[in-house]
Write a protein that binds this ligand. Structure first.
Ligand code: CA
Length: 219
């Protein structure tokens, strides 16, 4: 699960980051609203934790911009303000849940699990292209009707590529989807995953765009 944490308080942010990383989340942490807007426009996350009081761009504005782009990702808002009007504003702007500071990290974890359960039970479209079929709800993959079993990371790479056919993904982009920004730095694992995927399906399924990255052709 790739999670975006937007929190300008160093201690709180670090506490959340460590706790969630320990629970297996890939956590990318930003400390102001402007970089959050940028990241949300260019990256894919499974869930976000968003502080409302942020430098540069307010958390509410980050949320409004996200929802204006019709991004359905679940967002949990953190607010220091216990005023009812702020909570209502957050929910109106498209938050799925909120926590008032200070809170227990266990409660944060429980709320996140609930959000993710809800979001995963939403119907997600089956991706079908070039004889390859990937069902995000069950994570079943098949090729020409035959089930194909994929390790987690190969599945994630294939999911990324199939979700936007025609788009070229750089190696870095694909690595981020797997590892987040922090751990993506030094790895040629993507090439290995691509190699395996080509063998399990067919070589031309994933095109190399020389000097740029990889793509799956549109049908
Ligand atoms: Ca803050």
């Amino acid at each position: 699960m790739r999670l975006l944490l937007v929190e300008d308080d160093e201690d709180l942010g670090e506490g959340i980051r460590v706790a969630l990383k320990g629970d297996g989340y890939t956590v990318d942490w930003l400390k102001d609203g402007a970089s959050a807007v940028h990241a949300l426009a260019s990256e894919t996350f499974d869930v976000a934790i968003l502080d409302l009081g942020l430098p540069k761009v307010d958390g509410l504005d980050v949320l409004r911009q996200l929802r204006a782009g019709a991004n359905p990702m679940p967002v949990l808002v953190l607010t220091a303000r216990d005023a009812t009007s702020d909570r209502i504003a957050g929910l109106d702007a498209g938050a799925d849940d909120y926590l008032v500071k200070p809170f227990e990290v266990d409660e944060l974890k429980a709320r996140l699990r609930a959000l993710l359960r809800r979001s995963l039970s939403r119907p997600q479209p089956v991706l079908e292209l070039h004889g390859v079929r990937l069902d995000p709800a069950t994570q079943d993959v098949s090729y020409r009707g035959q089930p194909v079993s994929l390790p987690r990371k190969e599945y994630l790479v294939l999911h990324q590529l199939l979700s936007q056919p025609g788009r070229v993904f750089t190696r870095e982009k694909l690595e981020e989807a797997l590892y987040g920004w922090e751990d993506a730095a030094e790895s040629n694992a993507i090439d290995v995953h691509i190699h395996h995927l080509r063998r399990k399906f067919f070589p031309e399924l994933i095109r190399t765009v020389r000097g740029v990255g990889y793509r799956v052709d549109k049908a």
